[in-house]
Ligand binder design. Structure first.
Ligand SMILES: [Zn+2]
Ligand SMILES: [Zn+2]
Length: 71
């Protein structure tokens, strides 16, 4: 069973997880992102590879989590 997004992040009573009108702009609400990361090929050459992982900005919830407090 593949769960696309988690319901909440690690915070209890997270004000961001309680909102459904804001999607994470890093992963567009998918809860997954594919950042490019540098990989060395053994000869000192750096190439870029895509790796899909859980979005770190929203902890996989797909909901916007900014560092600014809500007002
Ligand atoms: Zn949250
Ligand atoms: Zn995200």
């Amino acid at each position: 069973m593949d769960t696309p997004t988690r319901e909440c992040c690690a915070l209890t009573d997270c004000p961001w997880c309680g909102r459904t009108d804001l999607v994470c702009h890093y992963c567009d609400g998918r809860g997954r992102w594919s950042p490019e990361r540098p990989v060395t090929d053994g000869n000192g050459m750096i190439t870029w590879a895509r790796a899909e992982e859980q979005c770190r900005m929203c902890a996989g919830t797909g909901k916007e989590h900014r560092h600014l407090p809500l007002d």
